[in-house]
Write a protein that binds this ligand. Structure first.
Ligand code: VGL
Ligand code: ZN
Length: 192
């Protein structure tokens, strides 16, 4: 796909671009911070609806090792690690969606247990562009749920990064998203 012009029926979803998911953070995604300039450029594109999701856990969340989960503690609500990356252009965000905020439930998808689907429909959004962290977890789940919710889903392939707990997880996630009907584009192809 090449040049894509976006407008009011489009939404940008920036997934979990948070301190704890960037290098040096509690659950740092390799090169996670490298997408910040790309995301900031996307946030300057006029005309579309700009959403940022954030992982927003209680201190005793079920996904943390102390509770038997697979992750170190990360993105504890209101902690410094849960903040958006300090260089992210937060002023341009129209809606912040907090997820996995209940102790007993994991929610990798920005659609899971949030107002996101309703808000997107209320705004008349039919196509979403997904970028952020991490390709193999929350980006994947958000993109797949976007399809299930009936949205056209475009994944911005240069503006995502994978955790790769197992080598190849990121590539497998890309394949799954493709099989579910997501398409892929590069962030520089997007304009207003
Ligand atoms: C995520 C692992 C644990 C993500 C969230 O945002 O991709 N990954 N919690
Ligand atoms: Zn989490």
């Amino acid at each position: 796909m090449s040049a894509i012009s976006v407008g009011p029926a489009d939404g940008l979803i920036v997934v979990d671009l948070q301190v704890d998911f960037c290098p040096g953070g509690a659950l740092g995604v390799p090169e996670g911070d490298e997408i910040v300039p790309l995301v900031n450029r996307l946030l300057t594109v006029p005309g579309w609806f700009r959403v940022a999701t954030r992982d927003w856990h209680p201190a005793d969340h079920i996904s943390f090792a102390a509770q038997g989960g697979i992750w170190p503690p990360h993105c504890v609500a209101d902690s410094p690690g849960a903040a958006f990356h300090p260089d992210m252009a937060q002023g341009s965000i129209d809606l912040v969606v907090s997820k996995a905020a209940q102790k007993d439930a994991e929610a990798y998808s920005g659609f899971d247990g949030t107002t996101l689907p309703v808000e997107l429909r209320e705004k008349g959004v039919r196509r979403i562009f997904v970028c952020g962290l991490a390709t193999d977890y929350c980006v994947r789940a958000t993109a797949l749920d976007g399809r299930k919710e009936g949205f056209e889903v475009v994944v911005l392939e240069d503006a995502v990064r994978a955790v790769d707990v197992e080598p190849g997880d990121g590539e497998r996630a890309v394949e799954e998203m493709r099989e579910a009907g997501c398409t892929f584009a590069r962030s520089e192809d997007i304009s207003g």
